[in-house]
Design a binder for this molecule. Structure first.
Ligand code: NAD
Length: 316
């Protein structure tokens, strides 16, 4: 498994990263032993980057990841988050960040994380992220609780504006670089490359849209987007290809992205995704699937405070 340096940090992370929101039963119920087997299979194959948050399953994913990583902590680069604790529960205050990071460390059965990220910053005021959240995270870094710090969120414009104002070690963007939407290309990826900030691309399967099973009920994408996902799955099957496999191959080929984070819950998924990234995308099939999807999916959904939304955002 190829590894890349995360921006200017000393972290070398696998180009395929392990997203653990499925451990929190975010998409459907998953079995803890299956989750543990998935982590074992991933570590054995050289996947070393694991991402979690106290938000996923309201602490369940952290609990399970802490359990699965027992005895393996030193083999992995462990990332968690702070600031988001529920669908509607956000608190980027210094006091809450400090308290919650301690709780995350207990659940993760470790005394430090490699990367601490402010989770979904578009739900906070720009000023609070700059003046309170990031300085508190830097203090925690100085205290040895986190080796590096980063930001995550959906509006690519806000991610860039925050990183322009205050140095961060990584930026995680989700659902903005995949077979349907390539919004990081315009500004965020060139900016991250120029500043040497580690860029993490999450949700290459568009949070389930680009799978045979389809999107979960809570998915914020429009029906038009979900229909396009179904068309893509059918077209891929007609070419003897699995849509998730093609979607993952497309995403990991991005040259600036340090790691592509895909959510996984079982060893079978890990093995399938490893096979996908180890083989090259078939350009003819890719072009057929892109035609089946069609254009116009730069239209995205609104999330977070209205003032933090991307200028191009609209609800279809
Ligand atoms: P995703 O696009 O990776 O899709 C995950 C879904 O696809 C899950 O249901 C999973 O079971 C399924 N899947 C995985 N491999 C498959 C395969 N080969 N065939 C069929 N189905 C497959 O979406 P995601 O999980 O939301 O994103 C990946 C990770 O990125 C998350 O787990 C999380 O760690 C991170 N993330 C972070 C943020 C944030 O910080 N704001 C947002 C989104 C995602």
């Amino acid at each position: 498994m190829q590894r890349r340096k995360l921006g200017k940090t000393a972290l070398e992370i696998s180009v395929l990263g392990f997203g653990t929101s499925p451990f929190g039963n975010v998409f459907r119920d998953t079995d803890p032993q299956d989750n543990r087997d998935a982590v074992d299979a991933a570590v054995d194959a050289g996947i070393n980057f694991f991402d979690v948050s106290p938000y996923y399953g309201l602490t369940l994913a952290e609990e399970r990841l802490g359990w699965t990583l027992e005895g393996k902590r030193q083999k992995v680069v462990l990332a968690t988050k702070c600031g988001r604790y529920g669908v509607e529960e956000f608190d980027f205050s210094a006091t809450r960040i400090r308290r919650e990071v301690e709780a995350s460390l207990r659940r993760l059965r470790t005394d430090y994380v490699d990367l601490l990220q402010a989770h979904d910053i578009e739900f906070a005021s720009f000023d609070q992220i700059i003046q309170e959240a990031i300085p508190t995270m830097r203090e925690l870094q100085a205290e040895g609780k986190a080796r590096y710090i980063g930001i995550t969120g959906y509006p690519v414009g806000m991610l860039k504006r925050v990183a322009e104002q205050v140095p961060v070690d990584s930026i995680l963007s989700y659902c903005r670089y995949n077979l349907m939407n390539t919004d990081i290309e315009a500004e965020l990826a060139p900016f991250a490359e120029e500043r040497e900030i580690g860029l993490i691309n999450a949700s290459p399967l568009m949070m389930g849209v680009l799978t045979d099973r389809g999107a979960p009920t809570w998915h914020q994408g429009s029906e038009r987007l979900k229909d396009a996902g179904r068309r893509a799955a059918i077209a891929a099957a007609q070419h003897g290809v699995n849509i998730s496999s093609l979607a993952l191959q497309f995403a990991v080929a991005h040259p600036t992205v340090t790691s592509t984070l895909v959510g996984m819950a079982t060893a079978e998924q890990v093995k399938e995704n490893l096979r996908s990234v180890e083989s090259a995308v078939n350009p003819a099939v890719l072009s057929e699937i892109q035609s089946a999807i069609g254009n116009g999916f730069t239209t995205t959904w609104l999330t977070g405070l209205p003032e933090n939304a991307d200028y191009t955002e609209e609800v279809s």
